[in-house]
Design a protein around this ligand. Sequence first.
Ligand code: ADP
Ligand code: MG
Length: 211
Amino acid sequence: MSKESLSPNEVKEMVIAIADKIIASEELLSEADRRLGDGDHGLGMQRGFTAAKAQVEALEPATVGQVFSTTGITLMSTMGGASGAVMGMLYQNGGTALGDADTFDSACLSTFTTAALEGVTNLGGAKRGDKTMVDALATAQEAAVASAGKPLPEAIADVAAGAVAGMEATKEMIATMGRAKTLGEKSIGHPDPGAVSVSIMFTTASEYVNQ
Ligand code: ADP
Ligand code: MG
């Protein structure tokens, strides 16, 4: 049965499902980073989401935002690197923007992704087309805004499709930020590892809502 909206405890379950999927994707994410960077993205994500899962499991959340904010703060303090700060900010700013909402619906999805994108771009300075996770997050956010009036299962499926399309588009881009910058045109043909992470996160969220 798909879910029309999520309670704080269901958001907790969803974030744990995301953590499990990211932890299980360590090799895929490390391989993506071996092609463009230093090969540590999978390990950083695995470390961050192992810690975040433990923190979230211990929560008895009263609001939906609390689950996301706890995840973000834990990622920031455990992942390290450029991606730890931006990945943490995605969850922390997204969660804070939800205020004291105790239900997560498609309007919350739009609010979350908009604040997440704003937080990540303000902190990291990457723009669309720079071949970073911003490319997957921005297409996810566009889909979320366009689908804010739909039932949550449809809206989150649109957002997942948007994130995957944004990740796929990074294959054709030349990196201009971070470690992949030194590769120039050699970065063409490979997806950005952070964008792969973002596409996995939203795809898992959609699977949770639509299961
Ligand atoms: P590091 O680059 O420190 O080795 P990771 O390998 O864990 O960190 O993560 C690399 C990913 O971080 C990139 O694929 C990219 O998506 C993301 N990233 C790096 N810098 C930025 C930035 N300024 N803004 C947004 N995302 C960024
Ligand atoms: Mg790396």
